[in-house]
Each structure stands twice: as C-alpha cells, then as structure tokens.
Design a protein around this ligand. Sequence first.
Ligand SMILES: [Zn+2]
Ligand SMILES: [Zn+2]
Ligand SMILES: [Zn+2]
Length: 137
Amino acid sequence: MENSTEQVLKKHGLKNTRQRNVVLEEFFKSNNALSQPELEKRLKGEMDRVTLYRILSSFEESGILHSILDRQGTMNYASCNASCSAAHHHDEHLHFNCDNCHKIFCLDVKIPAVNLPAGFQVAQLSLTATGLCDTCS
Ligand SMILES: [Zn+2]
Ligand SMILES: [Zn+2]
Ligand SMILES: [Zn+2]
C-alpha cells in the first residue's frame, strides 16, 4: 500500500496544505511523469500557475519529485524513490520518452556507475531512452 499524500508531506517536512495534497495526488494516480502544462490542465481552477510552480519546486527540493527534461525541452516531474530526501536524490534510473505518445516513464533500470576523469564530480546523472512505450509498441 502506497503512503498517503499527508504522510509523504510530513516525512519530507512540508506543511500539509490542501493544494499540496491535490498536486501530489495527481502523481500518485499517474504511472508516467507529468509536465507543468499537463498538471495545469488537470488542476484547472484548483490553483494558479505560480502556486503550482512553487509547489513543484518545493517537492523537488524536498525529495518528493525529481525532474526530467523531455525531448521538447519541457520539464516533467515524477515521484521519487522512497530513499530520496532534501539532501540527496537517488533517481539514477533510466527514463523513457515515447516518440508516439510523448509520455516519460521512470523505468526500474539502474544507470551503471560511470568512471570520469580525475577532477570531475558528478552531481546528477541522467539517461533518457527514446522509442515506443509498452502501450504504443
Ligand atoms: Zn529523488
Ligand atoms: Zn507511448
Ligand atoms: Zn524517474
């Protein structure tokens, strides 16, 4: 059983507000990443664009959501791994951007560690595959 939205907010030190719960609920219901324009459509009338933007930023900062850029350069957000926190994100999994439905999926495929030349320090590592998702293929 998935944690409730209230529990997730509490665990990440965020105040429990109705709007935060509403946004988080959308991520619990979706099995693919969501962009801000997509969320605006779904939450029409619930909150303005600035509020939504602030909620998404606070979720990303506190380790509830991680962001993925799609091929069009639009930022998408997806639920984090349970071990993510404000200090560290652990979302080193493969992302899949479908060429047909344009959805982004987090896949349970770990990105292998990369060996970089001396002096380079990785802060974030991302890998996005493109092609057809399991619905479109
Ligand atoms: Zn994360
Ligand atoms: Zn697809
Ligand atoms: Zn992901």
